[in-house]
Each structure stands twice: as C-alpha cells, then as structure tokens.
Design a binder for this molecule. Structure first.
Ligand SMILES: C[S@@+](CC[C@H](N)C(=O)[O-])C[C@H]1O[C@@H](n2cnc3c(N)ncnc32)[C@H](O)[C@@H]1O
Length: 453
C-alpha cells in the first residue's frame, strides 16, 4: 500500500457506518484504492455499483463437432505441464506471484481469527450488503446480484412441454439454501411460480437446509434430495445418478431452466491448495448441471482460482456447449478471496448430436475422472478430462481467460493488501460508505429493504 493511500485511509470518519449519512467526497476517497469495474464509482448521478460482465462465445471456427469433442474429451492421467509459459498464457507470472505474496502476508499465525474477520469486514465497501438482509444468508444476496447481472430468472425462456409457467431449477451443494430462497422469492413475488430440486451434504448442522427459516414466500417450492444413503453427497455416483433421474422424470425428460451450484468446504489453513482441492467438487457439480439442465437453460457455478489446467479444461467443456460464458467476481463476494462464478447462457449442446448423446458422453468421462480423483490421496495428482493442447490451441478462449484472470487476481491482491492495512490499523473504523452501497444494491437489485435496518 502506498503512503498516499494510507493517508486517505486516515481521513475516514470514525462514526458508525451503519448510521452515518454519506457524502460523495468520501466515496471518491474510497474509490482511488479500488478497481475500476468491481467497486462503486462516484458519478454525477451518484454511486454506481454496476459491474461490467465480459462474455466469451466460442466462434464457429473453434466450435468442435461431436466427433472431435468425443475424441478430445476423456479422463486420463496425462502429465500436466504447468510452467512460466502456461501461467503467462492464462494470466501473468508476476501477477500470480504478487497474489501469492499478498495471501502469504495474511497467513501470519499472529493474526487472530477475530482481528482478521473484523479487518476484512471493515475494509470492504460491500460488506454490509450481505448482512441483516431479511434473507437467510449472504449467499441469497449473491444470487440477487448474479440474477441482476445475468437475468437468470428471466421468464423469456421457453422450454417445450414441461410446465412452462413454472420456473424450474436445481440447487447443487445448496445448503443452507440462500440461493433457493432468493430464486423462489424472486419468481413468486413477480406473480410466477418456481420449483427447485436441491442436494447438499446432510448431517452438517451449519450447512444443512434451513427451509423453515426461508422467507414466507419461499418456504414451499424446494424438494430436497438426500439420496438412498441419506448423505446428500454428490461425490457418490449413485447419488448423482438418482438426483439427475428424479429431475429428468419430473420434467418429462426436458431438464430444468436454471442450475446453480455453490459447493465448497472449509479451506482454512490450506487456502493455497484450494483450487486443487476443489477439483472434484467442481467436476461433480458440472456433471450434474450438464445432465439435468434443459436445452436453452442457464447456470451459475462457483469456482475458486482459475489457473490450473484441470479447471480451465472444465470451463472449456462449458464453452463448447453454451452460447456464451462469463467468468466473473461479483461485488458482493468477499474481494479478498478466490471465489468467482462461471455463468453459462443458453445450453446448446453440440451442433450435430442429440442432447442425450452429449449427456451420455459427459457422464462417462466425468464419472471416470471422479473415480480417478477419489482414488488419489495426493491432491496434486495429475487428472485430466481434456487434452491441455486443445485449450492452449484456442487463442480466443485463452485470451478471454487471461483477461478475466488478470482483472480478478489484481483486484484480489489489492483487497488482500487492504485487509492487511486494516489489520495494522485496528483503530480505523469500517468503510463509511458501506450503508450507502447497501442501499444502492438493494435498490438496483430490487430487493425489499429489511425492516429496521
Ligand atoms: C458455501 S455452501 C453453499 C451455500 C448455498 N449456496 C446457500 O445459498 O446457502 C457450500 C455447500 O457445499 C456443500 N457440499 C460440500 N461438499 C459436498 C458434497 N460432497 N456433496 C454435496 N454437497 C456438498 C456443503 O454441504 C455446503 O452446503
């Protein structure tokens, strides 16, 4: 952090951010440390909380036909090459090193959990947006943000004979249920109806479904699946298969309009390995999405870092099968973490094969890869689902990924440095503009202002 920016921090008001009226000049001060596109901007018309979503679409020349797709797709233990050239193709070595340093500066054993979480909260202008919202949790507000940016609940989608009036969705690794709560509420408060199917690990009190604490409108509408073994564990092939079969049966074989998948587990202490450790959960969620999403459907899937060839080959599969993709960090997601979402619009499957053929191929390859990942105790094992050369050979795809990775990694590094600065300055209160940002987000995302907030 530069001396100039420290000075600006000290200028921040000491008043309670939840009750302070905000002047635009303070917002300007905040902005100079923050990125152009993710964070609020002060414009003539006021605070601008929108973020720019860059999409990528596979061009005709790079779109694989079914024969090529089947040839390249396959689970294997191909040796994966990760060198300077790779990192410079999909990001930039120096940017990744800076990010690692910023992460390491926060893994100092002397920083208490309490000081860390407080400093993280004080440093982000979006922090209040996810707190005391009238919804179950912060995840519900993330879904509101994603929906606003990507029209996930749009009613314009027409999908064959399955009850057209009902917005159907699947919520994978969705407990305790903020995503579902928001989706059902959004549709019902607009006069429509929604039906969701949800799966998540059963038995863990912190993450198990809490449908009874959903908003009144959302209490009914989500059918929970725990599988024959009652675990809700999507690492188990039987559970994935039964879940998909149940949905396909209920939708007359058409699949759902929207799939959301937010799987994750506690990475505390091994954040550095987060991307490798999350390969299996991302693979299994992808498998379920691709097997139960209807033609024309959209999805949102959580990723962590997107630097490893395995991650990028998974994204590449979606790139081949959807009209457009967007990899983005949303503002309400904590800026210092590696979380990001991949959004897919309009599931097209392959141009020259039926959706059933595509689904059968993906099921076989993803199941085999899952098997390999499950057998490996070593989280650094090489497992591949698509030859790395196919990804590297598509310069349009790589340029897009590089652009997004550079943006996200640079902003994350900045955010981590900010947190570090707040840790060193425990006397500095939370960002003063937090409540102004919250009001603006609730307004733009058409959320009801929570009573008494
Ligand atoms: C960040 S939480 C999801 C929050 C959720 N989107 C919401 O709106 O409340 C991550 C979830 O992944 C689930 N999960 C992790 N591993 C899983 C597995 N193997 N099978 C099913 N769910 C899993 C956890 O149980 C947890 O509910």
């Amino acid at each position: 952090m530069t001396r100039r920016s420290k000075k600006r921090r000290r200028a921040t008001s000491l008043e309670d951010p939840e009750s302070t009226p905000h002047s635009t000049s303070k917002v300007t001060n905040a902005r100079c440390l923050l990125s152009e596109e993710l964070l609020p901007r002060n414009s003539k018309s006021g605070l601008d909380i929108r973020f720019v979503s860059h999409y990528v679409s596979c061009s005709v020349k790079n779109r694989l036909n079914f024969a090529q797709f089947s040839k390249h797709l396959g689970a294997s233990t191909e040796a994966i090459k990760i060198d300077k050239e790779w990192y410079n193709t999909i990001c930039d070595v120096a940017v990744i090193e800076n990010l690692d340093k910023a992460k390491a500066a926060l893994s100092d054993g002397d920083i208490s959990h309490e000081l860390f979480t407080q400093s993280r909260s004080r440093s982000s202008v979006f922090d209040a947006v996810g707190r005391r919202t009238g919804f179950l949790n912060r995840a519900a507000i993330k879904m509101a943000c994603l929906d606003n940016a990507f029209s996930l609940t749009s009613h314009t989608l027409r999908m064959g004979s399955f009850n057209d009036k009902i917005f159907s969705f699947v919520d994978i690794c969705g407990g305790p249920g903020g995503f579902s709560e928001y989706l059902i509420w959004r549709i019902r408060s607009g006069g429509g109806d929604a039906k969701g199917w949800g799966v998540t690990l059963a038995g863990d009190e912190a993450t198990n479904w809490r449908t009874q604490t959903f908003r009144e409108e959302s209490k009914e509408g989500l059918e929970i699946f725990n599988g024959g073994d009652q675990t809700g564990d999507i690492y188990k092939k039987m559970n994935r298969d039964d879940f998909v079969n149940q949905i396909m049966k209920a939708t007359n074989g058409e699949g759902v309009r929207c799939a959301v998948a937010d799987g994750g587990f506690d990475f505390t202490g091994y954040e550095k390995d987060q991307e490798m450790a999350s390969r299996r959960i991302i693979l299994d969620q992808s498998s379920v999405i691709l097997r139960c999403l209807g033609k024309g459907g959209n999805f949102a899937l959580k990723f962590f870092d997107t630097f490893h060839p395995f991650t990028l080959s998974t994204i590449y599969v979606f790139y081949q099968l959807f009209e457009s993709l967007c990899l983005c960090k949303i503002p309400v997601s904590r800026p210092g973490n590696s979380e990001r979402y991949l959004i897919g619009k309009n599931f097209m499957h392959s141009v020259d094969a039926s959706v059933e053929e595509v689904r059968a191929l993906l099921q076989r390859v993803f199941d085999e890869a899952d098997e390999r990942l499950s057998n490996e105790g070593d989280i650094y094992s090489d497992v591949s689902i698509l030859s790395q050369s196919v990804v590297v050979g598509d310069s349009e795809f790589c340029e897009y990924i590089k652009h997004q990775n550079l943006r996200i990694a640079t902003e994350q590094t900045e955010a981590l440095r900010e947190i570090r600065w707040y840790i060193e300055h425990p006397e500095i209160p939370a960002r003063q503009e937090q409540m102004q940002v919250k009001r603006k987000c609730f307004g733009e995302w058409h959320l009801p202002w929570p009573d008494g907030r």
